[in-house]
Design a protein around this ligand. Sequence first.
Ligand code: ADP
Length: 264
Amino acid sequence: MMDRGAEKQEVLTLKNVTYAYPNADAVLKEFDLSVEKGQFLGIIGPSGAGKTTIFRVLSGYLKPQKGKVLIKGKELKELSHSERARTMAMVPQGIYAVLPYTVWQIVEMGRLSRSSRISGMASDDIRRIEEALDFVKMTRYSARYFNSLSGGEKQRVLIAMSLAQDPEILLLDEPTASLDIGLKSHLMSLLKKLNREKGITVATISHDIQLASSFCDKLVMIKNGMIVSHGTVKDVLNSDTISRVYSCEAEVFEHMNKIYIETK
Ligand code: ADP
């Protein structure tokens, strides 16, 4: 019998989090967020709303002055690096400026937290790396230098690196930022596939509300470090919330179960 309690398991939680950069006002003020197991969540909001700050707090890179960050109910600060890495993989924005490694080496780095070997990878690790590359259709690029790849290819390799980590949660900051519309949709479909087929919980930051509305199951809309609306795409995206948050007039249409946004 299906355990309904397990369906609702919170895997990522921010509880009453306040974060201020040094010598600045708080960006996040008593901020609460919960991501449930199996969700495909989009965190949306205008530039400067605090989305990247949320990503950095969730990843443990920034330590909040107040409040708690929990991964599967445990405080993030109490988990070791390898415990964190085995639960959550992260794809930050633009880390790929200069990485002087081959595609295989990059994906192999993702496997380090899982590998039981002190030196070299076991055959199971190698299989996982191969599977990850296959999943993002980058097998034939294995020997290529990462720096020689296009933006879309780099993004797929970083996702393969996260996959090799075999995480339960995948956290991404603007993964489609530098991609053209075809690649954006391709990448979001890939994340959706990961979510559906592998059961990985996905939380992605996006400033592209149209794209997020097409792929995410749930949205959290933020402005000035506070949640304005959260729920299903239909709950969150309407002319009132969009005009309030993005300071522009907007009309929202529904067609064939999809939401379309027109700004004026
Ligand atoms: P978003 O990702 O939604 O565009 P950010 O989280 O990057 O928003 O930024 C939220 C606020 O925090 C902005 O006002 C920004 O100027 C400020 N901020 C971001 N990073 C830093 C930093 N390293 N030092 C000081 N202020 C920062």
